[in-house]
Design a binder for this molecule. Sequence first.
Ligand code: URA
Length: 436
Amino acid sequence: MRAVDIIMKKRDGHELSREELAFIVNGYVSSEIPEYQISSWLMAVFFRGMSFRETADLTDLMLRSGSVMNLSGLAGPFVDKHSTGGVGDKVSLVLAPIAAACGIKVPMMSGRALGHTGGTLDKLESIPGYTTRLDEASFREFIGRDGFAMTGQTDAIVPADKKLYSLRDVTGTVESVPLITASILSKKVAEGADALVFDVKSGPGAFMKTEEDAERLATSLVRTGQAMGKRIVGVITDMTEPLGDKVGNFLEVEESIDCLKGGGPADMMEVTYRLTSWMLVAGGVAKDIAQAETMCREAVSSGKAYELFLRNVRNQGGDAEKMQALYGNWRSRYSRELKAPRTGYVASIDAYKIGLAGVYLGVGRDRTTDPVQPDVGFIFKARKGAKVGEGDLVATVYGKDDASLDAAWPLISGSLTVSDNKPVTSPLIIKEITAL
Ligand code: URA
């Protein structure tokens, strides 16, 4: 077999066999095929696409490039959720303890903030002492005893994706639905879950900017995951506005605590209950979405979900008492107020601009190696649809220093639109695609 023949076959729009895909993936991981040929193949895939069969084979071959989490000996059902990333998206912190309280085992492997989107690991690590670097024995122990554990990906999980993703990043081939599908799904299947729920965000603050693109990705994730023998649900949710009232790292831990104590913002709870309910259905502990939602609400109102969250904080080295003492108090001393420029209704707060501004403030980062700050971000006092008078407070913004606030301010003030008429509310849950 020759790489050039496989490149030309894909260039001309033909379907590649599993053997040909294996030749490419294994040849790249072992460095036998040079990067210029893999780059060319990636571009051919970008323009010609892949069938679901090819995508499933690519996913499986990538998965096999590394090790898989061993959950054998533990009682399931094992179900995880993955979000394609957004602004203010702290759903994982709330969903995992709720799902665990309802009898689901959640082996959660999360990512870090990058670009305008936040990262679950950075939010969790803002809790004093909390570590997201768990060895396999601890990961298994916490899932077995308390129903969930939150960790980062190890180097042993899907090494093919690490190499391919870095190359896609510099060759203009990131935005390809089959390549994104194989990248995300290979890592999620490596966690050992039986079923997966995908939150595919759609809108300016999301990776997929239009509903059509979000639906193409959701369909691809569901059909490919199904071909790999998993029960899958894809939920397309709106990411035009930031999710919740707080955006930051510790600020989002605070809001997660509110949600778990039953006082979370309506949009956060709507998305969280829906995704968690699908986890319960996919895991077979609820017969339908209505029963599942009742169970999720009961897990919150009974205090069980919050209790499991505190247990997880302690399991993973966090100081739960200090976290609770810092609640409401841990704020950078560099702050500024965003005020309504005129009387009217908040028509929109652009999630993308808020996410980008967050990179300057220290919420997020441009490069994976950059540090983030725990005590910076946004507290919104007025959200879409709120009536405001000229000069009313819309948000308090915390930055790592004055220079960061100066740099972020054009984005922050440009994110806010005030109009004369009350804006129409658009649904948060746009579409659901199931393969159960
Ligand atoms: N996130 C991933 O993990 N992989 C992609 O290809 C895109 C987003």
